[in-house]
Design a protein around this ligand. Structure first.
Ligand code: NAD
Length: 418
């Protein structure tokens, strides 16, 4: 399939091939798991505020449903394409299996710059996209969630559009919803909280005290900002953060609560807040920080900059931030990598909690959610660490092998239909 052949999809397949080879995965299964189970491309005509009709392209890809409904976010970004969505769907399959969630992987997206739309245009586009992918989604089939460029409001519109089609309220069709529609406490911060929990485990394993830990974070959206806040609460020094416009640096540590207050309450850029010295995204990645957390887009750490990285721990908040070539360089340098499918799995773990609460119509406390998240993600971290030692392989390979093994067992036990 030519449309799949993009950088990000090649990265996902190359990682899968490496893991499949190391675990001597059944060759027939390998062919199947390299490709998505279903891919839908939709055209989304939208009435713009000025009376024109603009047609956007959207996607929903389900990589695997052998272990349960598929699960994965919806991304609104100008670079969205079928290959990227398919790669993200494949990573979701391994991520859900690694965490032991009863889901397969999916992903969706629309090629659009969401900030260029008015709220009314965004709502019309979201509703038409949801109507176009309606045949694929549902609480027992495929459950979307927010990703880059989408939020709880977008999920509320998807939930409403789906519910209008079937004639009754179906909160379990999406996760990451507002609380008033059956959202879960703790979902918004879940990915950042999960990144923080696994980073703290890694520091404990490496015997680095949190008081001596400095952290640099690329990306200050949902994942980056909550990670910064929680890591600082735990005692780490956040020395730099960045967004698409650039970043700020303060070797003594940024005042994160004040930064969040200024950044969220106005349209100030990070640099405008004057809480640190201006730095570029490229400079941030190469800072002398104990922990580097990429929490923006994929393929930020490549063979061009990997050798210059100075971190001891790389915790991948973003999906696919490190290329294969960079992986090898970092491994040689002895950087401890917490791979994306483990590091950022807090989001889908609490999405799973939200779905369970919606199906049961019974809601949990914030403390229940934090404890259960910590329990699941910490166990996944230790399973991965154990496998990496046992098989003498990287944390990335160990996480992939663990996830792929669960999916392979499900396929082999179900058998090939018909
Ligand atoms: P977001 O849209 O809330 O934030 C993205 C951030 O990245 C923003 O600060 C943006 O300014 C910045 N950014 C965009 N382009 C950039 C560039 N070229 N250089 C530097 N910064 C740039 O998105 P998010 O939900 O925080 O997701 C971030 C990453 O985490 C994505 O890779 C996403 O797939 C992954 N992720 C998100 C979740 C979740 O629950 N939101 C869960 C798992 C993984």
């Amino acid at each position: 399939m030519q449309e799949l052949d993009t950088h990000t999809f090649r990265l996902a397949v190359a990682q899968f091939d490496q893991a499949a080879e190391a675990m001597q995965l059944d060759s027939k299964l390998r062919e199947r798991l390299k490709l998505p189970q279903r891919s839908l491309i939709v055209s989304i005509p939208v009435l713009m505020d000025d009376g024109r009709v603009e047609v956007f392209t959207g996607y929903r890809v389900q990589h695997d449903s052998s272990r349960g409904p598929s699960k994965g976010g919806i991304r609104y970004h100008p670079d969205v394409n079928l290959g990227e969505v398919a790669a993200l769907a494949m990573w979701m399959t391994w991520k859900c299996a690694l965490a032991g969630l009863p889901y397969g992987g999916a992903k969706g997206g629309v090629k659009v710059a969401p900030r260029s739309l008015s709220t009314a245009e965004l709502q019309r586009m979201t509703r038409r996209y949801a109507a176009e992918i309606f045949p694929l989604i549902g609480p027992d089939k495929d459950v979307p969630a927010p990703d880059v460029g989408t939020d709880a409001q977008v999920m509320a519109w998807v939930m409403d559009t789906y519910s209008q089609q079937v004639g009754f309220a179906v909160p379990g069709v999406v996760t990451g919803k507002p609380l008033s529609l059956g959202g879960s406490l703790g979902r918004e911060e879940a990915t950042g909280r999960g990144v923080s929990y696994v980073t703290l485990e890694a520091l404990r394993h490496l015997e680095i005290s949190i008081q001596n830990t400095s952290v640099a974070i690329q990306g200050f959206g949902n994942v980056g900002s909550h990670t910064a806040r929680i890591m600082q609460q735990e005692g780490a020094r956040i020395i730099a953060v960045s967004d698409v416009s650039g970043g700020i640096y303060n070797s003594r540590g940024l005042d994160i609560p004040e930064l969040l207050r200024r950044y969220r309450s106005s349209s100030q850029t990070l640099v405008d807040t004057k809480l640190g010295d201006a730095i570029t995204n490229a400079e941030l990645l190469e800072l002398d920080a104990t922990v580097l957390i990429p929490a923006a887009l994929s393929e930020q750490i490549t063979d061009k900059n990997a050798a210059a990285l100075r971190c001891r721990v790389l915790a991948e908040g973003a999906n696919g931030p490190t290329t294969l070539e960079a992986d090898r360089i970092l491994e040689d340098k002895g950087v401890f990598i917490i791979p994306d499918i483990l590091a950022n799995s807090g989001g889908v773990i609490v999405s799973y909690f939200e779905w369970v609460q919606d199906l049961q119509r019974f809601f949990w406390s914030a403390t229940d959610i934090q404890h259960r998240l910590q329990d699941i993600i910490t166990s996944a971290f230790h399973r991965t660490l154990h496998m990496s030692k046992e098989r003498q392989t990287s944390m990335r390979m160990a996480a992939l092998m663990s996830g792929i093994d669960q999916v392979a067992q499900a396929h082999l036990q179900r058998g090939l239909y018909p």
